[in-house]
Design a protein around this ligand. Sequence first.
Ligand SMILES: [Zn+2]
Length: 143
Amino acid sequence: MEPEQVLHSRRALTLRFDIPISRTHEFWDALKQGRFVTTKCSKCGNVSFPPQADCPKCMSNEFKWVDLGREATLVTYTYVQITPASFADSDPYIIAIGELADGLKVLAWLEGIAPENAKLGMKMRVEARTSKEGNPYYVFVAA
Ligand SMILES: [Zn+2]
C-alpha cells in the first residue's frame, strides 16, 4: 500500500473571530456590571441559556431579560491538561457544567480550585471576569 502523501506544516495557527451579538449584547453589558441574565420568551415563557434571541421551543423572536441566580451545583467537569492551540498560553483548566436553581445548565471554567478538590454536587457561584482583550466572560468559583 502506497504511503499517504501529506504536506507537513509546523506553523502556529492563530484564530480570529467576530461573534455577532447585536440582539444579545445586553447579556454582555449586564455581565460587565456583574449581573448574570438571560432571555425569557414572551410567548411561551421558555428560559434559555445561553441567551437566545429566537426561542428554540416556539421560534418567537420576542423576549425579555430575566436575572439568573448565581448559585450552581457541579454536575460534571473535565480537567484539561493538554490545552488546545487556542488556549496554548493557559495553564491546565477545569471545564464544568453547573446546574442553576431553576434547572438551567451552564458551561464555564471552574477557577480557583485544584482538580482533586472538585466534587460532583459541590456548590459553586457564577462570577464575571474581563479578558485581556477587554471582553466580559463568566466563570464558576467554589461557593
Ligand atoms: Zn417560546
